[in-house]
Design a protein around this ligand. Sequence first.
Ligand SMILES: NC(=O)c1ccc[n+]([C@@H]2O[C@H](COP(=O)([O-])OP(=O)(O)OC[C@H]3O[C@@H](n4cnc5c(N)ncnc54)[C@H](O)[C@@H]3O)[C@@H](O)[C@H]2O)c1
Length: 359
Amino acid sequence: MPKVYKFIAVGLGHISDHWLPLFSSEGQARIFNDAKRVEIAALVDPDRTTWAKGKQYGLDAPCFVQLEDAYKEVEADVVLVLTPPQYHARYVWEAIQNLNHVLTEKPFITETNDLKHMIGLFETIKEENLLCVVNQQYRWAPRIQAVRKAIDDGKIGQVGFVVSYFNEADYHFNLWWRQLHGDISAFNWFVHHYDTMRYILKNRKPVEVYAKLIRVPYSKIVGESTVFLNVTFEDGIEWTYNGSQEGRGWNTPGQSMFTIHGSDGMIENPRDGPPVLYKAKDEKGEALMPDPGDSHAPYPDYWHVTLRKFVESLDANKPVDEDVTTFENNMSTIVIPLAARESHRQKRRVNVQEFLASL
Ligand SMILES: NC(=O)c1ccc[n+]([C@@H]2O[C@H](COP(=O)([O-])OP(=O)(O)OC[C@H]3O[C@@H](n4cnc5c(N)ncnc54)[C@H](O)[C@@H]3O)[C@@H](O)[C@H]2O)c1
């Protein structure tokens, strides 16, 4: 019989409604070909009104106010972190100290010091052979996969530069944790685009970051909710990204709009419709796939892909492919908003290696 991995889920808010159904018998049947591979051993949230969710999703698990209490009562293999971002580093740390594997919602940290501490944990993670993964499910959306494949297949030749635009007009910023962190737009939203761009560029690492962070005069929050960002990736690929959650007017797709320019052509992820390939001097272009119809979906619903790859990686005792966003992989994503903050502060380009070495 294949092993059934026991999970403690911490944080039972909005996003748990995407995760918990995956642990129901119907959810698992879909993901694991009718096998039972995962189980919720405990649910944790200080807000007891959320505890009803276990029953709602057919999960029979005890509920606790804090993770420490759950550890006293239940045996677990994995901690699934779904709390507000500001608590992720704390629960990741606690899980690793208890020699549990970790699956956390993005972002896995929200402070530069947390990154320093996390890098310190990499030795333990390695020694104990723990699998620590950040969910970045935008990677698994078919349109993003189609773009990556077209580039891998050489459809636009050698990639030169990329231009991206994201406008989430007049974002709600409800609840304290979306209002009180200076970089919340970057950690909660732009990080999807930072990671997706790395994925499209075959997990290339950022080499240099240059950013201006902008707090519009009519901002609703503490901190900056708009960014003008330049990243130089490995192989000299240049990226310019403009993201905002306090622009007005229409929304871009959650996956952002972008054009990727290569020696032989260009790929566009437009506001509506499928991604399109344009060969040199081609004005009309050719769709890379039928319209997946997800341009204005709130989130690409691919949590199940992250969970499947996570379980397959646990079985294999190592990540099943280079696209699994282990902490080491995701460090090259999360360093982008951190280096952007540093670049803004110092009003200069930041070399990512030097920045990491300075921690
Ligand atoms: N992958 C995606 O597309 C996606 C989309 C939305 C949110 N998220 C991420 O999911 C995470 C949660 O977001 P959300 O929208 O569910 O937030 P939320 O505010 O709806 O829910 C957070 C839950 O955590 C609980 N909580 C607060 N403090 C806690 C603590 N110390 N210990 C345990 N639980 C605590 C709250 O009571 C609440 O039930 C965030 O990191 C967010 O970035 C990811």
